[in-house]
Design a protein around this ligand. Structure first.
Ligand code: ZN
Length: 292
């Protein structure tokens, strides 16, 4: 099972999270024919979205969206506090630069973190400046700048597994021994010993034990993660209403029905001409006639 482990290391004044995605990651990749490099970046983005969720103080959704890169046109991953995960990537048609690295593919893109509480509170969006050569470096820079909290993030993915580890210094007023000036240096040192192959190959619990076995570690219950799409026939109907009656009918000409495939999960929604007509003239009562 894919699990998200959140924990605090009180002696170091550090909070952290570790994740390793297998089945969920492979399911996301199965919905689109991604090039290897794109599949790896999408895996890192999925892992990152789950790690960042652990800092959330409310129930809701966190999404990471990179948009408008010269090669990487879109990369999106979201995770909810219920552990529902989904993601997608899109590259430019003539993309043949994938071998030159994430920073080249993402050049020119805007990367945003969006937090959406289910209930009270405002939607929040932060723009993450692209920095260094990896997604992890950009996110580290964002936290250092926006929250003034030293943060280290390791991400790795290989098309089968996607894994990540996040460590962040707790704000000083937390009192959890944050005064320990050596604590953060120790974190840096420990993380320096973890190479991407180890991150991918090692179960999260085992990795945390290896790194922190001589420290007190307060762990929260792990959050099970599932790929779950929130698409629905009603949402697709809204899309068809927005594109307009004429366009919706035009879309149904070839097949005899309009067909909408969800990019995230591959589910197909079909609307025949009678159903399309109903979208624009919904029956208002028992006496209304169904168009022939
Ligand atoms: Zn869907």
């Amino acid at each position: 099972m894919d699990l998200l482990h959140a924990f605090v290391l009180p002696e170091l004044g550090v909070r952290g999270a570790a994740v390793r995605l297998g089945a969920g990651y492979r399911e996301v990749l199965s919905h689109q024919p991604y090039a290897d490099a794109v599949g790896r970046w999408l895996g890192e983005t999925l892992a990152a979205a789950t790690l960042l969720l652990t800092g959330l103080k409310f129930r809701g959704r966190l999404s990471l969206q990179l948009q408008g890169g010269t090669v990487l046109e879109l990369m999106y991953a979201e995770c909810t506090s219920e552990g529902d995960l989904r993601g997608i990537a899109r590259v430019a048609e003539a993309a043949n630069d994938l071998g030159r690295g994430f920073d080249v593919a993402a050049a020119g893109a805007v990367l945003a973190i969006t937090l959406e509480p289910w209930q009270r509170g405002e939607r929040y969006q932060g723009i993450v400046p692209l920095a260094g050569t990896t997604l992890a470096e950009s996110l580290e820079g964002y936290f250092a700048q926006s929250e003034q909290l030293p943060t280290r993030i390791l991400l790795a993915a290989d098309g089968e597994l996607a894994a990540g580890l996040l460590l962040q210094r707790l704000p000083a007023e937390g009192g959890h021994g944050a005064a320990d000036a050596d604590g953060w240096n120790r974190v840096e040192h420990l993380l320096g010993t973890v190479a991407p192959p180890e991150l991918l190959a090692t179960d999260s619990e085992l990795l945390l034990h290896r790194l922190f076995h001589d420290l007190e570690r307060i762990a929260r219950d792990p959050v099970p993660l599932h790929v779950r799409c929130r698409c629905s026939r009603e949402k697709v109907a809204d899309v068809l209403r927005r594109i307009g009656r004429e366009e919706a009918f035009a879309a149904s000409h070839t097949l005899g029905h309009a067909e909408v495939v969800c990019e995230f999960c591959g589910r197909t929604y079909r609307f025949d001409p009678v159903e399309i007509e109903q979208l624009f003239h919904p029956p208002v009562g028992p006496s209304s006639e169904r168009p022939q």
